[in-house]
Design a protein around this ligand. Structure first.
Ligand SMILES: Nc1ncnc2c1ncn2[C@@H]1O[C@H](COP(=O)(O)OP(=O)(O)O)[C@@H](O)[C@H]1O
Ligand SMILES: [Mg+2]
Length: 254
């Protein structure tokens, strides 16, 4: 069972006037098979947590530890993290000009699996995964994220998730900008991967909407760069009714 353990994580970003601490002591353990929702107000540091786990160079870890099955994740390069099974679906996926979806997926799969997937089975695998996500076949020939609609970007992220089969999946605001139909399709994709029991999911979201489709095992409220409260699915219902005010009062991010 893969286990991601985050202990007392502190992260800063370079801002005007010097480094600014965004994460202020995050503690979280995610096991394979579990789904954790991370919920919190804008600016509380949710994306910073996601990027820090994936190894984005803009974020400097100033304290704490992150391990995957006891291995030091913070010592790993971005590629090594991906190979170790950490997957990040970004809140704002970036364009990769000149690289088709098809090539991108195969290159990623080769990197993560350690060998190129056999062409014939791979083509079938991709085709079937695209069908399940109601993605048009012509999509495979387009350049990654170039001119993609919000919904297309998110479906593409879930397509990667389905094909790469990580042990830890970090999904940052995968519900943002989706209409009801796209939200359902994307959620079904996440649930399919979840049902394998082989992935631990960190579902980062501002709104409770996606939790109607993906039922979390644990819910954490994120405020001011750390987890302010943890509970079960009922905590999300409380947030739906009461919002985040109780957690940000007096604290704010400054
Ligand atoms: N690269 C960066 N440079 C400067 N400030 C940043 C950077 N990334 C995040 N921040 C700041 O860190 C805080 C947390 O941002 P973020 O992690 O995106 O929050 P959330 O995802 O919860 O909305 C915000 O105040 C944001 O402005
Ligand atoms: Mg964010």
């Amino acid at each position: 069972m893969a286990t991601l353990e985050i202990h007392d994580l502190h992260v800063s970003v370079e801002a005007e006037g010097g480094p600014r601490e965004i994460l202020r002591g995050v503690d979280l353990t995610v096991k394979q098979g579990e789904t954790h929702a991370i919920m919190g107000p804008n600016g509380s540091g949710k994306s910073t947590l996601a990027y820090s786990l994936a190894g984005h160079p803009k974020y400097t870890v100033t304290g704490g530890t992150v391990t995957l099955d006891g291995e030091d994740v913070l010592e790993m390069s971005v590629d090594e993290r991906a190979r170790a099974g950490v997957f990040l679906a970004m809140q704002y996926p970036v364009e990769v000009p000149g690289v088709s979806v098809s090539n991108f997926l195969r290159t990623s799969a080769t990197a993560v699996r350690g060998e190129a997937p056999k062409l014939r089975t791979w083509v079938k695998e991709v085709k079937e995964a695209m069908e399940r996500l109601s993605i048009d076949p012509s999509f495979a020939e387009r350049n990654v994220n170039e001119g993609f609609s919000g919904g297309e970007k998110k479906r593409h992220e879930i397509l990667q998730l389905e094909l790469l089969r990580p042990s830890i999946a970090i999904l940052d605001e995968t519900d943002s900008g989706l209409d009801v139909d796209a939200l359902r399709i994307v959620s079904e994709g996440v649930n399919r991967v979840r049902e394998t029991g082989e992935v631990g999911t960190l579902l980062i979201t501002h709104y409770t909407r996606i939790l109607r489709y993906i039922k979390p095992d644990h819910v954490h409220v994120f405020a001011n760069g750390r987890i302010a409260e943890s509970g079960g699915a009922e905590l999300a219902d409380k947030l739906e009714n009461e919002g985040y005010e109780a957690y940000v009062k007096g604290g704010a991010s400054e």
